[in-house]
Design a binder for this molecule. Structure first.
Ligand code: ATP
Ligand code: DGY
Ligand code: MG
Length: 463
């Protein structure tokens, strides 16, 4: 139901932001997103000369994605393997079917076992033996696939660590070491995956190479700025846009050439000299039978947020779906835009929507996340201004190593904190945004949502 413009602000701004955020989450629900494609896959299977459907799911959303295929195409599945992030406990896949149509609830799942899949729980972000073992199974399975097989890959963020098979000459522990070094050095996902793709048997299009000449369909949930196919989960079925030389340049940039495991450097150097075959590139024959399809992304979530905001009567605008940079700087920047809108108030309330993934250079020893840090910086800039609210949260329901998805702030936040004797600058300097918001009671907690398309900011500005 469309609510009249002049009545929306009778509702609590936090409630409105939440409703818009949940609409965004719903649009990128991995279970629903996969189900939109299953009819198409059935008709490809039944319309062609196929006799096997192999399903490989890997990434943090592997279980809901696998469940969707199982629910819709269970009768066709020949073999299924799912590799997901281990929570350290015995796991049951989560099934979202009981969530209902209520967009006012976060994406909560109920446990439901997978029947057509062998499930592996492996470590993330540093790969482990379990991931290695699972990937061996995948390789064995798809090696035997011929043109009568469809290999359906269900790919989501985290896939790089979970689908792991180091090149000949590199051990798992060397791979773990180089991953840790790059993570600690602050390499971004483009850089990290450039290296990963060149020391792997399955990344950078090599999974497609192994499965050739099977028909490959990859349904992909993007957690990467710009949705680059060769970067999401290190593009196992996509043409690679990077080279051995690029991988060496990344290690050089972070001063790791002399620190990285010798075998890794040797391999990359051999590759750069042309002694090892490059990762498959655009135009290679092996991609002839491959479709890579992005089924959900940050952009898609933002569009759903915008539609919901408009439905509620807001003048809604997506500022960007490619937000990057130091979280506190982005917070300030966003506050500047909000303030400018505020001093130029129109006759309609405004909703500014953005998304992407900021970074935090952690210098203190506090507890927090990039959304919470962005939110403190934003709140400091709008201190005392009435009618502005910001919700900044991770779509996976986790901001940094905390149980909060993010925070929700307004012009009262800093005033209230100071009245409680809290010094926001100190919390920010100590990267202790979680404890700050715990005290101001402005943590935004959803629990795990089951999806992962980076972060979203929703700014509401009252008319
Ligand atoms: N005290 C802190 N304050 C602010 N940010 C922090 C703090 N400690 C860690 N972080 C940031 O949290 C991020 C890790 O959080 P999170 O688990 O949400 O990772 P992520 O990047 O979303 O990974 P994934 O894509 O696997 O979910 C890192 O970018 C790190 O810089
Ligand atoms: O798995 C990965 O490489 C990251 O999550 C980006 O997709
Ligand atoms: Mg996260």
């Amino acid at each position: 139901m469309k609510i009249e413009y002049n009545t929306i602000m009778e509702r609590d701004r936090n409630d409105l932001a939440t409703e818009i955020f949940y609409a965004a989450l719903k649009a990128v629900d991995p279970y629903n997103a996969v189900r939109l494609y299953t009819d198409k896959i059935r008709s490809i299977y039944q319309g062609g000369d196929f006799n096997r459907l192999i399903v490989i799911a890997f990434g943090k959303a592997a279980c809901p994605m696998a469940k969707a295929v199982e629910d819709e195409l269970g009768d066709l599945i020949d073999t299924g393997i799912a590799i997901t992030k281990s929570s350290g406990k015995e796991e049951t896949p989560l099934h979202p079917s009981t969530r209902g149509e209520d967009t006012n609830s976060p994406c909560l799942f109920t446990p439901s076992p997978l029947h057509h899949f062998t499930l592996f729980n492996a470590n993330h972000p540093v790969p482990d033996e379990k991931g290695l073992k699972a990937t061996d199974e995948v390789i064995k399975l798809i090696k035997g696939a011929d043109e009568k097989a469809i290999v359906l890959c269900l790919i989501s963020g985290g896939g790089s660590a979970l689908l792991v098979s180091p090149c000949e000459g590199i051990t798992l522990s060397e791979k773990q070491e180089i991953t840790e070094l790059l993570l600690k050095a602050g390499a971004d996902i483009y850089e990290l995956n450039t290296v990963r793709k060149h020391i792997s048997k399955v990344k950078g299009g090599r999974l497609a190479e192994i499965a050739y000449p099977a028909r490959i369909i990859s349904l992909i949930l993007s957690d990467v700025i710009g949705d680059r196919l060769d970067v999401i989960a290190s593009g196992p079925t996509a043409p690679d846009r990077t080279t051995f030389r690029d991988a060496l340049m990344v290690l050089d940039k972070y001063g790791l050439i002399d620190i990285a495991p010798e075998n890794v450097i040797k391999l990359l150097q051999k590759g750069a000299e042309g002694l090892i075959k490059e990762t498959p590139k655009d135009g290679d024959l092996i991609f002839k039978n491959v479709d890579n399809i992005i089924i959900a992304s940050n952009r898609k979530a933002l569009e759903a947020a915008k539609a919901r905001a408009e439905g509620l009567g807001f003048n809604a605008e997506i500022i960007s779906s490619e937000i990057t940079g130091e979280a506190r700087e982005v917070g300030k920047w966003l506050a500047d835009i909000a303030r400018a809108k505020c001093s130029n108030r129109s006759n309609r309330s405004t909703c500014l929507i953005s998304g992407g993934e900021t970074t935090v250079t952690v210098k203190g020893n506090g507890k927090g996340g990039r959304n919470m840090e962005l939110a403190i910086a934003f709140a400091m800039e709008i201190e005392g201004i009435k009618g502005i609210t910001l919700l900044s949260a991770g779509t996976d329901g986790t901001d940094g190593p905390t149980d909060a998805a993010g925070a929700i702030v307004d012009g009262e936040t800093i005033k209230k904190a100071r009245a409680m004797g809290l010094n926001p600058e100190e919390y920010l300097d100590n990267n202790d945004s979680y404890n700050f918001f715990k005290k101001t009671d402005e943590l935004y907690i959803t629990g795990p949502t089951g999806t992962n398309v980076m972060d979203i900011q929703i700014v509401i500005i009252e008319k």
